[in-house]
Ligand binder design. Sequence first.
Ligand code: 2AM
Length: 171
Amino acid sequence: MRLFMALVPPPELHERLSTLADAAHARCGGRRMPDESLHLTLAFLGEVGDDLAGELAEEVCSLAVPAGRWTLDAWGHFRRPGIVWVGGSRPDAALQRLHERLWARLEGRGIPGRPSRFIPHVTLLRRAERLEADDLPDVDLEWTYNQVTLIHSINDGQDVRYAPLARSQAA
Ligand code: 2AM
């Protein structure tokens, strides 16, 4: 099964991300991420067997994630897949540490795929027709978090939906 680890936004932030996704979609076209799929990916694991997935779920349940606060104040894009995102204008040391900590555990289990660079972002659009964010609303959000979620990405042939498999302990 296809898995990733992510931060899931709290409800009030969720609403604000959804509003930004609407604005971006109106301006840039493409495919708007469904509200229930908005997240920050910390580690993309790819395909994992059922047994290992069960072990990872147990491990995530026993993780204690230090509370943090991420400032989102910028629009960004990844040109090739036409991704339009919101994120931080500066690197975030706490998120970087969390990303490294998760990947150290994943690599300890023999899971490959650690990226050479981690750019924290929340994807709002895929396959956008325009990538420039000149006249999009300012981004001014704070994301308070203390929990990591292990998520199963389910592709039923038409749509992709995300099903939470395990959550870390709330710190
Ligand atoms: P994205 O937000 O930039 O699209 C579930 O698919 C999550 O894992 C998405 O948030 C996606 O990042 C990320 N993801 C999907 N495929 C990936 C890949 N091949 N390498 C790294 N991250 C990937």
